[in-house]
Write a protein that binds this ligand. Structure first.
Ligand SMILES: C[S@@+](CC[C@H](N)C(=O)[O-])C[C@H]1O[C@@H](n2cnc3c(N)ncnc32)[C@H](O)[C@@H]1O
Length: 281
């Protein structure tokens, strides 16, 4: 298999057998999508960064950037910024966006909370997407969880009044914690099943989770109109912090909000048969 560095013009790349959107262009058409150094102070003037005025989409904790790439190709009239706290994933994302000539994309290394707090002007963003935030199963690391009431208040503050917040996770405990909070800040709806624009999965983690048979919890919403920024910040202080056990064993048969069905036994039986067959072959 080719490494990311051996890719050639015209190549389509795959991840878990599913193509990564776009094709590698001739080198003279590559873009420069890395935001290498963020200023000490914000907010950032995105019109200056992109050289045009266009509605802005953020992908927070973007990982290898699959959603951002796909959305930027499908919606060239929007500017996209993907951020992640981990430099190595941003290097992958940046290389792919560069090779696809995506001038409407930038990637930066930054924490999600700091990014919204420091670099995003109030009510200046059209869409904010968070896919599969790290659940941090180790209780010693739970303070690192992104989805806190304060973070949701920052999302609320960053979005235009008709802006869109999209959230999904495959961690049932994280969803149980965050789902009631979503209604406090947003007119929030559950999305049943995969997103129609990317039925095989919007992100690497979604594709992986589905291959593993994990349930995926999805939802979207617009900021509540009966809440001001100050009220949202005050409300955040009264809501519970993200302190819960995320380490429960994932139940591949559990579907959001529904009890386990009695097919559990037949699932186990099928799996046992599979193993027996494999052993005997
Ligand atoms: C499970 S991965 C999901 C990546 C991608 N969104 C996907 O669905 O494939 C979680 C990502 O969140 C990043 N992350 C963790 N804490 C973060 C934070 N505070 N701010 C921004 N990114 C964070 C991790 O580095 C990791 O890339």
């Amino acid at each position: 298999m080719k490494s990311a560095n051996d890719r050639r013009e015209g190549d389509v790349e795959y991840e878990f057998g599913i193509p990564i959107p776009g094709r590698i262009l001739p080198e003279d058409q590559w873009a420069r999508t890395a935001l290498k150094k963020l200023p000490p102070e914000g907010p950032i003037d995105w019109a200056q960064v992109f050289g045009r005025t266009a509605p802005l989409i953020l992908d927070i904790g973007c990982g290898n950037g699959r959603f951002t790439l796909a959305s930027a190709i499908r919606r060239p009239e929007f500017d996209h910024v993907g951020i992640d706290i981990l430099p190595v994933v941003i290097r992958y994302a940046t290389r792919r966006a560069n090779q696809r000539g995506l001038w409407n994309v930038r990637f930066a290394v930054c924490g999600g909370h700091e990014f919204l707090d420091r670099y995003i002007a109030p009510h200046s963003v059209q869409e904010i997407h968070v896919y599969h935030p790290q659940p941090y199963k180790d209780p010693r690391k739970q303070h690192k969880r992104l989805l806190s009431p304060e973070f949701l208040a920052l999302v609320f503050r960053s979005l235009f009044p008709d802006g869109l917040f999209v959230l999904q996770t495959d961690n049932a405990a994280y969803w149980r914690y965050v789902r009631p909070l979503m209604d406090k800040f947003f007119n929030f709806h559950d999305q049943e099943g995969p997103w129609p624009d990317m039925p095989e999965g919007r992100t690497r983690r979604e594709i992986y989770a589905r291959l593993k048979g994990l349930p995926v919890f999805r939802g979207y919403g617009t900021p509540r109109t009966d809440l001001s920024d100050t009220q949202a910040m005050e409300l955040a202080k009264q809501l519970p912090p993200p302190v819960f056990s995320a380490a429960e064993k994932a139940d591949p048969l559990a579907v959001a909000g529904r009890p386990r069905r009695s097919t559990a036994r037949s699932f186990r039986q099928k799996r046992a048969e599979k193993w027996r067959k494999r052993r005997n072959s």
